[in-house]
Design a binder for this molecule. Sequence first.
Ligand SMILES: [Zn+2]
Length: 158
Amino acid sequence: MGDSLIRHVDPWQDAAHGACYKGNLDVGRLPRLSTIAELNTPLQVSVSFHRGHEAEKHGAVEIELVAQGRLDMVCQRCLGALAVELALQVSVGVVSGEAAARLSKPLGDSIVSPPGERLDIASVVEDEVLLAMPFAPAHSPGTCAVQCVEQNEIRSPC
Ligand SMILES: [Zn+2]
């Protein structure tokens, strides 16, 4: 088991230094995720901060986020246990205020965090993991206890 991931970051300062942090996030720091999946082993996370090319135009910084782990979920077809391997790699923009957030629309969703303010990095990771989660996780056909009915086998009601 590695060390726990740093709790609070200042993305602006970290981007200026090109900082990178690695560590684990356990279930205690991912309260929303733990309501939809069981996390029996901590997520392995690495976050690095830099001024992105596109982002720099808008005075923003970018967080490169990599998260790996195993989530224990429930198959939505047979309701049996289902392990979902998580391998997430995303880039998240950080802007200083709401006005900058509107300007950076082409970057997609950005986090608003003014310079000097500390950001809870676990909650940023959790947001991204939740977005990446399958909406209705299920075993692949053939391994599921409930067999899929092929489309052409479904009888029309009339
Ligand atoms: Zn299943």
